[in-house]
Design a protein around this ligand. Structure first.
Ligand code: G3P
Length: 216
């Protein structure tokens, strides 16, 4: 499973890239707004740090507007992927962009039928938002299972990007469900390598080692 960092913060992106296991970045208008930076130059900086796919979201709500914003954003760098919402207009924009060989990430996906249609339209990625489904007492992981089955039944090549992941268990659950990519907040990426028994075990090994050195 590929791993993307879900942030627009340059410091976090650098630290995640420094781990040596980062495959890409996802941003959205809320994450970019948090940085208070100018959109296009900020995306260019992200693309200098990470060579894998970097998702940049359109803000137009009509198909033609999304497609034209998408074309403009795609000129920033060759690794930009255009994020469009899973709406009827987004579906049309996805098809128009795919016809021009511009890669899309179809976002705000909450049901399998949305994932099916955007795959037919040639989406590169689809982003089911797990955490937000769980927030309203749904089953976010089940959505990943359903999309996986539909894509496998018919051989669709669109990649399932599990998004809105809030904790390490979400990440493990989507890996088990067969997601192709997990986009994860930087804080959660760090949590993935932590376990109290690792720390306790390491302290004990080092203490025993020091005792041995002192006795020789
Ligand atoms: O990748 C989508 C993500 O940014 C949304 O996460 O936690 O706001 O639902 P969240």
């Amino acid at each position: 499973m590929d791993i993307y960092v879900d942030t627009a913060n340059l410091d976090e992106i650098r630290q995640a890239a420094d781990l040596g296991i980062l495959d890409g970045v996802t941003t959205n208008p809320s994450l970019v707004a948090k940085e208070g930076a100018e959109f296009h130059p900020h995306l260019a900086k992200i693309c200098e740090i990470v060579s894998g796919p970097v998702s940049a979201e359109v803000t137009a709500t009509d198909a033609a507007g999304m497609a034209s914003q998408g074309e403009e954003l795609s000129r920033i760098a060759s690794n930009i992927v255009i994020k469009c919402p899973c709406t009827v207009a987004g579906l049309k924009a996805c098809k128009a962009l795919a016809d021009k060989e511009i890669r899309t990430n179809m976002t705000l996906c909450f049901q399998p039928s949305q994932a099916w249609l955007v795959a037919k339209a040639g989406a590169f990625l689809v982003s089911p938002f797990l955490g937000r489904i769980d927030d309203i007492s749904g089953d976010g992981v089940e959505l990943i299972h359903q999309i996986r089955q539909i894509y496998d039944n018919y051989g669709y090549e669109t990649k399932i990007l599990a998004a809105s992941l809030r904790h390490p268990k979400h990440v493990v659950d989507v890996a088990l469900a067969g997601a192709d990519v997990a986009t994860i907040p930087f804080g959660v990426i760090k949590q993935l390598m932590n376990h109290p028994l690792t720390d306790i075990g390491l302290s004990k090994f080092l203490a025993d080692w020091e005792r041995l050195q002192a006795s020789q």
